[in-house]
Design a protein around this ligand. Structure first.
Ligand code: DAU
Length: 341
């Protein structure tokens, strides 16, 4: 199969590209705009790979997308390209609507015109909104509450509408909070790990009792690949680990693995509209044969070790434009913050 992976230089995308190439018959074309979190360092090991090709470009560029699909004889598309960080969506929502909604619509149109055999939209558990109790099922109504999750919900529903309206073989995956090597250090786990390594404060939002379900990136990619190969067109599939933990507990686990003190923790002003909890019912994907292979404990240990051993990767990022982002997002909050628990 000849697969177009969009956003393949990002965190989940780069792991997915590598995972798909492990299948001998697969050719992968990676279309990535290389914005702030797209990073070709993530794919260095694929330089010169016979079944891999990189195309630099934006999924909103319809002419480029059409040309790439046609010239590369693409048979399947996996859309990982997205603006993904909730905090950035609160500050600048427009880019999220553009990439996540308009970009997805461009890809869907290209897929429809070219008669693509499979289209996987990589969505998120955040489309269900805050889940105070119980677990979200794929049939639940979507109730997103941030510009990020609303944009992803728009893309998710638009993709499914192409199945209903045009019979395009669309599949949607709704993954939970993903972590692992190569994740851009704006996200909770890589931010806290790298700050702790450098003895910098850890900005914990609000009371730190918000819960997320932590899925290792390798498990997430295996789930996406399974849906690509075996999912039923027109269906959405939840991908969660069943490893729900309050942020405080994750923070303590990180500090414990690095042998650092709790005094690094700062309770800072909460994120506006912060969803307290997500939780997924993953019975549907289990019927296809997927369950996560990695426990949270072993995956966190491997992730912390990766950041410790690959300081060059994240220090290059953190010494660049990230510094201005960090000051804008955290500067005042950290100066006003309370320490400890
Ligand atoms: O649930 C899947 C989603 O997980 C993905 O669709 C999103 O792309 C991804 O960003 C993530 O969203 P979250 O908002 O849950 O992830 P984030 O890493 O930003 O935050 C995780 C939790 O940690 C959340 O409750 C907010 C909290 N947090 C985060 C940061 C960055 C802090 O307490 N302090 C921080 O500095």
């Amino acid at each position: 199969m000849r697969i177009l992976v969009t956003g393949g230089a990002g965190f989940i995308g780069s792991h997915l590209v590598r995972h798909l190439l492990a299948e001998r018959e697969t050719h992968v074309v990676n279309l990535d705009a290389l914005r702030y979190s797209g990073n070709l360092d993530n794919l260095k090991d694929l330089d010169g790979h016979a079944r891999y090709r990189f195309v630099h470009g934006d999924i909103c560029d319809a002419a480029l997308v059409d040309r790439t699909v046609r010239e590369q004889r693409i048979e399947a598309i996996v859309n990982c390209a997205a603006e993904t960080h909730v905090d950035r969506s609160i500050v600048e929502p427009g880019g999220f609507v553009r990439t996540d909604v308009v970009g997805t619509s461009v890809l869907l149109e290209a897929a429809r015109t070219a008669g693509i055999r499979r289209f996987v939209q990589v969505s998120t558990d955040e489309v269900y909104g805050d889940v105070p109790s119980g677990r979200s099922k794929e049939s639940d109504p979507l109730a997103p509450r941030s510009p990020y999750s609303a944009s992803k919900a728009g893309a998710d529903l638009l993709a499914l509408s192409y199945f209903t309206t045009y019979g395009l073989p669309v599949l949607v995956t709704r993954g939970s909070n993903t972590f692992g090597p190569n994740q851009y250090p704006e996200k909770f786990i890589p931010l806290f790990v790298t700050n702790a390594i450098e003895d910098q404060p850890l900005p914990l939002y609000g009371d730190g009792l918000q819960q997320r379900d932590w899925l290792y990136v390798q498990d997430h990619c295996e789930g996406i690949a399974l849906v690509l190969g075996k999912g039923e067109p027109g269906q959405a599939y939840n991908l969660g680990a069943g490893e729900e933990r309050p942020n405080r507990e994750v923070t303590e686990a990180i500090l414990g693995l690095l042998g650092k003190s709790r005094s690094l923790v700062r309770h800072v002003t909460d994120r506006p509209g912060h969803d307290r909890r997500y939780a997924l019912d993953c019975g549907k994907i289990a019927t296809l044969g997927w369950t996560p292979r990695f426990s949270f404990g072993e995956a966190l240990k491997a992730t912390v070790a990766w950041y410790r051993d690959n300081a060059g990767w994240w220090q290059k990022i953190k010494s660049g434009e990230f510094r201005a982002y960090y000051e804008k997002m955290y500067g005042a909050r950290l100066r006003d913050a309370q320490g400890g628990r």
